[in-house]
Design a protein around this ligand. Structure first.
Ligand code: IMP
Length: 399
């Protein structure tokens, strides 16, 4: 029973949430290892659409949620998510959330400073303005407040003093106000914080069904992405163990999620971007608007050079190709490969397919084009937002 990890292969928004939900049908635990409320994972169920920013999508299937040490946690956002799920699904999540004591907390000061920096510098990076980078900066300069600090409000006072000193003009709150917020969070979240996460993970990695959900995408990785237009955490598979604080079993699956085309929010190079009518069409049909920021996403075509790079970074065991139905009706589709655009014949009707055999022939050719050049099999195709619109390739045992 291999652990399944799900990693965005592009600049985020590849459809990881839907895939994680789908993979989590029998999961005992679903884990986030990095990032924070800058993520926005959309899952469409019979009960409506859920947009999750912190809780891993498997929580909607009844899996326990683990929020790992590498995360930047906004506990107010977490409270809203918990309330929303409990109210709409009529469940209690009281015993279903495990927060690593080492996870860093996003404080109002971080969000404020993120907004001020972006505005004063003319939208420097185009962040989601959730204070994520600021929180990780505090981690690096050793002045951050961690979830585990909520367990001892006396020593927390000293840490708040250090934090406020480090933030000078941006403190936003005086000591009493910030302590008040943290004490409120402590009352709510104390019981969810685990100080034994490494040994807990080591145990559950032995025999539990586990899905690990990456946030953002490979090209937003702090070191290996399109720096400086990146997020502030490691988003790639080799970083999962370090972010969680536990070695992963060798047979862990790494599923790379790619849209059949490509989108990006915020600034930075986008070689296969389509600034013409096709780009507008992709944006409209794919409803490409940011879940968190409501920004219109930039749209373009699949970049196979980037996909190959992403595979080298992550070691994908398979690819999940998503939103193939958005390309239905394009006479020709494009793929960026070896620094130039290649034209392939388009397809219709992929959204109605119920099995691999029913997928349009030209989509299969598109998939072969990717597989032959990257050496990674495409094992899953998502052809619509609902759970049932997920097609798995049956592996033939004949040869
Ligand atoms: P930050 O993560 O909010 O600091 O933003 C840094 C960059 O990452 C910006 O270009 C954001 O648009 C991008 N980004 C962060 N999270 C996501 C995401 O979940 N999907 C897509 N882009 C994201």
């Amino acid at each position: 029973m291999a652990i399944k990890s799900v990693i965005g292969g592009q600049w985020g928004d590849e459809g990881k949430g839907k895939l994680v939900d789908w993979l989590s049908e029998d999961a005992d635990y679903c884990i986030r290892f990095q990032g924070g409320a800058n993520a926005g994972h959309t899952i469409t169920l019979d009960g409506g659409v859920f947009k999750l920013r912190l809780l891993p999508s498997g929580i909607l299937r009844g899996a326990d949620a683990i929020l790992g040490a590498g995360m930047a946690l906004n506990l107010d956002v977490l409270s809203s998510e918990v309330e929303d799920i409990e109210r709409r699904l009529k469940v209690s999540l009281e015993d279903s959330i495990h927060i690593d004591a080492k996870a860093h907390l996003v404080l109002p000061t971080h969000i404020y400073e993120d907004i001020v920096r972006e505005e004063q510098s003319g939208n420097r990076i185009g962040t989601t303005r959730n204070g994520i980078g600021l929180c990780y900066e505090d981690r690096a300069r050793r002045v951050g407040i961690r979830a585990g600090d909520l367990l001892d409000t006396r020593s927390l006072r000293d840490k708040v003093v250090v934090f406020l000193e480090a933030h000078g003009q941006y403190t936003l709150f005086q000591f009493d106000k910030l302590m008040g917020i943290l004490e409120e969070w402590a009352d709510i979240w104390r019981g969810f914080v685990r100080t034994d996460m490494t040994s807990f993970l080591h145990e559950i990695f032995k025999d539990k069904e586990i899905v690990i959900e990456g946030a953002q995408g490979t090209l937003l990785d702090i070191s290996h992405g399109t720096y400086p237009y990146v997020t502030s955490s490691h988003t790639i598979a080799p970083s999962i163990g370090a972010s969680l604080g536990c070695a992963l079993p060798r047979d862990t699956e790494v599923i790379g999620v790619f849209k059949a085309y490509c989108t990006r929010v915020g600034k930075g190079d986008f070689l296969s971007e389509d600034l013409g009518v096709d780009g507008d069409k992709l944006q409209a049909i794919g409803k490409e608007v940011g879940v968190v920021t409501q920004r219109r996403r930039r749209c373009g075509w699949l970049n196979l050079d980037d996909l190959i790079y992403a595979h080298q970074l992550n070691g994908f065991t398979q690819i999940a190709l998503t939103k193939v139905d958005v390309l239905d009706g394009f006479e020709q589709v494009k793929v960026w490969y070896q620094d130039q655009m290649h034209l392939l014949d388009g397809w219709v009707g992929s959204g109605e397919a119920k099995s691999w055999e029913e997928l349009p022939e030209n989509l299969i050719k598109f998939i072969s084009f990717i597989e032959e050049r990257s050496g990674v099999p495409v094992g899953i195709v998502s052809n619509g937002p609902s759970r049932s619109q997920t097609i798995v390739r049956e592996v033939s045992n004949e040869d």
